[in-house]
Every structure is written in structure tokens, then in C-alpha cells.
Design a protein around this ligand. Structure first.
Ligand code: GCO
Length: 258
């Protein structure tokens, strides 16, 4: 029930980091991987990485905030690769700063990529899923779907909105046998979090808040992605699966901050 053989999976933002790891997980489970990035140069570089892991992957450059570009990319994928069975909305950016001084442009960029693009891409891809009466959509949420933290206000607002967008997609599209869910990564080593991992003070805070007492790795997200992309989750709708080492279950402990 966890096999993804004969499935085509589109993962946005999957030329590096968490998106690429989840795409690799889907590929290892048998899916044909279609991956996206806004930067064309990254597409070719990623193709070699996928190939080195024996994963059949097709790359498409597209700005996922641009509806016309999205329509052109999805039409090309459907024509060149085939119908999209699984959509993972993983593209995301970070613009940090205190809310009182955050620029309108930074706010809007974060909301456009982390929230609105999910609406735009999903709206275009779901057409085929509705026609075929079958599909899986996985939106990549965050700890910040549930928690705030100084300087990530725009990101938290976007990811909080993404939690409810995920639930509303699930509510509207379940009758078409389309399961929409989310994955909420905790703190996993990625380009966005690398500065934090290099900060001993933050790591001390994080370990006090993480019952598993370690940083997550991108590989920790592979299994959850396969589960939500497979038949094993055919009656799971509107669920945000947090892969966080227990952060959201814990008030924290004093062990690491004495
Ligand atoms: C931060 C981090 C987080 C992570 C991730 C946590 O500064 O707290 O950047 O926002 O990016 O989203 O799940």
C-alpha cells in the first residue's frame, strides 16, 4: 500500500533541501519525479543528483507565483510526462525581520511564494485530479503553522494560512477522492535553518524544546511524504502531519538550559 509505482509526482521547490529529500523519497517508492525550481540552472544540477540515486526525474523551471507560467508548466508536464497523480507544494522562501520594520515587499514576497502559490498551483493541477477522480496533494507547512517566533512573522502568517488552506482544500476535494494533507517539518537542517544550526544559543533552546534531542534531517521527511502520497492514506484528509521530534507535544524541559 506504500508503493508509488506508475504514479507521477510533481514536487515544487525540489532542487535542494527538504523538497528534494521528499521528492527522492517518492522516487525511491517508485514514483516518476517531476521537480520544479524558479532558477533554470538549478534544474540541470539537480537532474544529476536524482540520476545518481537511480531516480527518473524531469525538471521544469517556473515561477510558481505566476499563474500563466504555472499553466504553461503543468500543460507541458501533462503532455511530456503524463497526468499528475501527486502534488507536493514545497516551494518556499524566508524573509526575516521584526514586523514593525519588515518591508511591504518582503511581507508580500513571503505570502506570494509560501501561501498564494500553493493556491495557484493546486487550482491548476487539481483539474486533472477531479477529472480522474483521484489525487494526492501534500502542502509543506511548518512549526510556524502553530507557533510564532520573533523575526519570522511573515513566514508564520503564511504557514498558518497554509494550514487552513490545506484543510479547506481537503474539505472541498475529498468528494473527488482527492486527499489533501500537510507535512509540518520541525527544525531540519536546510539552507533556511543552517544559520540557526550554527548558533549554539538557538541550538540550546531547540534541544530544550525537542523531546527527541536532535535536529531533524531531510531524510526524516521521506517516509511521511510516501505515506501521504500513497494508498495507505486514502482516508486521511485535512491532517497536518508534524515531523518535529515532539516539539509541539512539549512545553520544554530544563535539562538543556541549566
Ligand atoms: C526559524 C526557522 C523556522 C524554520 C522552519 C521551522 O527562524 O524559526 O527559519 O521558521 O524555517 O519553518 O519549521
Amino acid at each position: 500500500m506504500f508503493s508509488l509505482s506508475n504514479k507521477i509526482a510533481l514536487v515544487t521547490g525540489a532542487t535542494q533541501g527538504l523538497g528534494m529529500a521528499m521528492a527522492q523519497g517518492l522516487g525511491k517508492a517508485g514514483a516518476v519525479v517531476v521537480y520544479n525550481d524558479i532558477i533554470p540552472e538549478r534544474i540541470e544540477k539537480a537532474k544529476a543528483i536524482y540520476a545518481s540515486q537511480g531516480i527518473q526525474a524531469h525538471g521544469y523551471a517556473c515561477n510558481v507565483t505566476d499563474s500563466l507560467a504555472i499553466d504553461q508548466m503543468i500543460s507541458r508536464i501533462e503532455a511530456e510526462v503524463g497526468p499528475i497523480d501527486i502534488l507536493v507544494n514545497s516551494a518556499g522562501i524566508m524573509r526575516k525581520g521584526p514586523l514593525e520594520s519588515l518591508s511591504d515587499e518582503d511581507w508580500q514576497a513571503v505570502l506570494d511564494v509560501n501561501l498564494t502559490s500553493v493556491f495557484k498551483v493546486s487550482k491548476r493541477v487539481v483539474r486533472g485530479m477531479i477529472e480522474r477522480k483521484k489525487g494526492k496533494i501534500i502542502n509543506i507547512n511548518s512549526m510556524m503553522s502553530e507557533l510564532g517566533r520573533p523575526t519570522v512573522g511573515a513566514y508564520a502568517a503564511a504557514k498558518g494560512g497554509l494550514k487552513m488552506l490545506t484543510r479547506n482544500m481537503a474539505v472541498e476535494w475529498a468528494k473527488h477522492n482527492i486527499q489533501v494533507n500537510g507535512i509540518g517539518p520541525g527544525y531540519h537542517l536546510s539552507d533556511i535553518t543552517r544559520p540557526l544550526a550554527e548558533d549554539p544559543v538557538f541550538t540550546k533552546l531547540l534541544m530544550s524544546r525537542t523531546p527527541a534531542k536532535r535536529w531533524g534531517t531531510p531524510e526524516d521527511l521521506m517516509g511521511p511524504a510516501v505515506f501521504l502520497a500513497s494508498e495507505a492514506s486514502d482516508f486521511v484528509n485535512g491532517h497536518i502531519l508534524y515531523v518535529d521530534g515532539g516539539i509541539l507535544a512539549s512545553f520544554g524541559d530544563t535539562e538543556d538550559i541549566r
